[in-house]
Design a binder for this molecule. Structure first.
Ligand code: ADP
Ligand code: MG
Length: 447
């Protein structure tokens, strides 16, 4: 196994099995056109296990489906062995998080489905190959069981057998362990690693999508770290040497921690934390962020308290000091971050210059500062103000905004986003709101 050869420099001579070049994907035929993947470029090379690590909703499944040829990109190209991919990728097989088994078919029949594309295959040969695949994943004896009789772990073993029966050159795994309980996941992960390392399967490369950092660090020769909205590859880094991955010692734990810090902070300096990483794409600036549901009065109190504590405090200490539960503190911290009143450093909340100014200002100055920052940082609130400015009599029904928000959020969340925006917008005196009619409007002398 040439895992160590995948550390970036030496890889040039290793054959590339699959390449994505500047692949972008938009969703929304109704014109909403949400960009889900933004110019993704990656390679999958002979002999490597690559983990693609990203938050949920970052487009990981979409990317896998594009690489498997189940979905076409809006722009860019996928090449398999140097040839542009048209239709389904014949060299790949996929394992899904949801198992995707047919409940009315037996285990054996489900696995035989993996060979459906092989037209000329005799039924006896299909059966023999399916039995061999079941043997490989430790399910001999369960051929005639139905999926409902199996535990989650065993169901996913069927999922693996259905993929492996094709003897795929490339195996794509879409969060294959995340629906399993901890032990079943651990067990199956170990078995997969054994099949792969001992070359019991003819598969030449594995691409696994996951949001589980520990899992990615344990399995991968190379890691790609994704950011969301739109999906981009922030960084690529070599995996740990196999021995350190298997022993799960100190270096393993440290790498998991560092990646966690990077994934939870779009501005984290990857160069400093992980000198071995290659920086690829910067995460998009959150122009239309989700508003944390923070009350302005509470936010003010939070910033005043932080000032009184010297401008820096540990998150847990702060929660204790303010007698807030984590779920009450979180929106305040998120709002303070969004408005650049604070930043989070190594688990401490640190007041910025702007935050200090806000916390020590009088009411009028506060409103003015809040107004400037909200209008600057929250694009869709700025859009509301602009729309009111050009609307007849500077009035607009809130339903219009809810409909706009529903392009990005569930109906309930769209409603909550609007309520928070109204609270912030009124405080900032960016616009006014009539509760009875549900109308937003600009005051005579308004913004
Ligand atoms: P991940 O696998 O990283 O969780 P997905 O690729 O499933 O992400 O989805 C990325 C984004 O695209 C999500 O915001 C999701 O709601 C959206 N999305 C996924 N599939 C579709 C679809 N068929 N139509 C419209 N939007 C979709
Ligand atoms: Mg997914």
């Amino acid at each position: 196994m040439t895992a160590t050869a995948t550390a970036g420099r030496i890889t040039a001579r290793i054959p590339t099995l699959l390449a994505a070049e500047e692949v972008s994907k938009y969703y929304g035929a109704d014109g909403s056109h949400v960009l889900v993947l933004d110019r993704i470029t990656l390679e999958l090379r002979d002999g490597e296990f690559v983990a693609l690590l990203g938050p949920s909703g970052s487009g990981k499944s979409t990317l896998l489906r594009i690489l498997a040829g189940l979905l076409s990109p809006s722009s860019g190209e996928v090449r398999v062995h140097g040839e542009p991919l048209r239709g389904v990728n014949p060299f790949a097989a996929m394992v899904f998080q949801s198992f995707a088994l047919f409940p009315w078919l037996t285990v054996l029949q489900n696995v035989e489905l993996g060979l459906l594309h092989k037209r000329g295959l005799k039924s006896e040969e299909r059966r023999q190959r399916a039995l061999a695949a079941l043997d490989l994943v430790g399910l001999d004896g369960f051929e005639h069981a139905y999926p409902r009789e199996l535990s989650g772990g065993m169901k996913q073993r069927v999922g693996f057998a259905r993929a492996l029966v094709r003897e795929p050159e490339m195996l794509f795994l879409d969060e294959p362990f995340s629906a399993l309980d901890v032990l079943a996941a651990e067990n199956l992960r170990g078995d997969l690693l054994d099949l792969w390392l001992a070359r019991k399967i003819p598969t030449r490369a594995i691409l696994m999508v996951t949001h589980n950092i520990d899992e990615a660090v344990t399995l991968a020769d190379r890691l790609l770290i994704f950011s969301a909205n739109p999906g981009r590859i922030r960084a690529e880094l070599p995996g740990l040497p196999l021995a350190e991955r298997l022993s799960k010692g100190q270096t393993h734990a440290e790498l998991v921690d560092t990646i966690y810090r990077i994934m939870t902070n779009p501005r984290e300096e990857i160069e400093r934390l992980l000198p071995q990483a290659r920086i690829l794409q910067r995460p998009a600036a959150p122009t239309s962020p989700v508003l944390p549901h923070a009350d302005v009065g509470e936010l003010t109190g939070f910033l005043e308290r932080l000032t009184a504590l010297g401008g820096r405090e540990d998150l847990f200490e702060l929660a204790r000091d303010l007698q807030l539960e984590a779920d009450e503190l979180l929106p305040l911290v998120e709002a303070a971050q969004l408005l650049e009143f604070t930043r989070v450093e190594e688990g401490d909340v640190v007041l910025t210059e702007t935050g200090r100014t806000f916390a020590t200002a009088d009411l009028l100055q506060r409103k003015e500062l809040f107004r400037q920052i909200v209008a600057e940082r929250v694009e869709w609130i700025r859009e509301i103000v602009w729309t009111l400015r050009v609307a007849p009599r500077h009035r607009q029904a809130e339903d219009w905004i809810v409909r706009r928000l529903e392009e990005h959020f569930s109906p309930a969340e769209a409603r909550r986003q609007l309520e928070t925006a109204i609270e912030w917008g009124r405080y900032a005196e960016l616009f006014a709101y009539d509760e009875h009619s549900g109308i937003l409007y600009l005051e005579e002398n308004g913004a």
